[in-house]
Design a protein around this ligand. Structure first.
Ligand SMILES: N[C@@H](CCC(=O)N[C@@H](CS)C(=O)NCC(=O)O)C(=O)O
Length: 321
């Protein structure tokens, strides 16, 4: 990670643990917002006006948080307005690296950086923390606008509408309260819950996390009587849920030891995942080769780096879309 702008220690996937060995994810450090007129958003400073081609989104396909931003970009039709650079799925001793893997961009198009952490220190020479993806970069002021996917999907929802008109609202006002209530539960128990299970450093922490994961899957299975979590309306909460579901059977079930059941054992969740995957533009945001390569290359969890071959039902599903 970075301490006062210096890459200090060999990269390890376990970020921080509390006294009981529970995995603790760091809070994102760059929280500015792109807005239609450049005014300040809910956090950070102003000066980031929505303009075509001005911003670059750095992602890794393995990463569910980065994938949220790719999905929002696709739903809002922003592909021509916000270009993307894809990193190598395998984390190195210095974190995310550019190039060297099929389906990843060969290099950093802006500065020829080797690692994503170089962009963090370019944005702030004294930055401390982990160099995570996604990174939303401003080519004009040469800084990171925001590295928090929850913020990025919200700004994609509104800021560019004068450039790319859209009648899809991922965070519609009439559902805002319900979305804000459900998101943190799904985040804590499921999105981050699988990581808490995978990176637990005590049996107690693992047991607690894995209970949460399957409690949430049961809750969502019961809830899904309509097409999406809020019935007929597709929202950002569906994006946030989908990115974990699509990785579950192929990665979290094995590498993160969330093996009580698979998503394939839940009929409604399976149909829901399938439904979202078939929405326009979404299939291209899922790269299962990057996902399995990335997770199974986490040395602390899988020292040999051997990647399992299955599961066949996920390959079949992805091939059918
Ligand atoms: N809060 C961030 C979390 C992003 C995050 O943790 N990304 C992971 C990849 S899935 C990462 O880049 N990890 C690198 C590291 O921890 O060094 C968001 O939602 O955007």
């Amino acid at each position: 990670m970075l301490v006062d702008g210096q890459w200090t220690k060999t990269w390890t996937p376990v970020q921080k643990a509390d006294k009981k060995g529970r995995f603790v994810r760091q809070v994102s450090s760059f929280r500015n917002w792109i807005t239609s007129d450049g005014s300040a958003g809910p956090t950070g400073t102003g000066g980031f006006k929505a303009e075509a081609g001005r911003y670059l989104l750095y992602v890794a396909y393995i990463c569910p948080w980065a994938s949220r931003t790719l999905m929002a970009r696709a739903f809002k039709g922003l592909e021509d307005i916000i270009p993307v650079t894809v990193l190598n799925p395998t984390l190195t001793d210095q974190g995310w690296i550019f190039g060297g893997y099929p389906g990843a961009n060969d290099s950093d198009p802006l500065y020829g950086a080797t690692y994503i952490h170089e962009l963090y220190t370019r944005a702030d020479p004294h930055v401390s923390g982990r160099a995570t993806v996604p990174v939303l970069w401003d080519t004009k002021t040469e800084t990171i606008v925001n590295n928090e996917s929850a913020d990025i999907i919200r700004m994609f929802d509104t800021a560019f509408e004068h450039l790319a008109p859209s009648d899809i609202r991922l965070y519609p006002e009439d559902f805002a309260g319900e979305i804000d209530a459900l998101n943190p539960l799904i985040y804590d128990k499921l999105n981050n819950g699988v990581y808490k299970a995978g990176f637990a450093s005590s049996q107690e922490a693992y047991d607690e996390a894995v209970d949460g994961v399957f409690e949430m899957l049961e809750t969502l299975e019961d809830r899904l009587t309509g097409d999406f979590l809020f019935g007929a309306r597709f929202t950002e909460t569906d994006i946030r849920t989908f990115v974990t579901l699509i990785r579950f059977d192929a990665a979290y079930h094995g590498i993160f030891k969330c093996n009580r059941k698979q998503i394939a054992d839940y009929p409604r969740l399976s149909a829901y995942m399938d439904r979202i995957l078939r929405l326009p533009g979404i299939r291209t945001t899922v790269n299962m080769d990057h996902i399995t390569r990335g997770y199974y290359s986490i040395k602390a969890l899988n020292p040999t780096g051997i990647r399992p071959t299955g599961p066949a039902h996920i390959e079949t599903l992805l091939a059918s879309v």
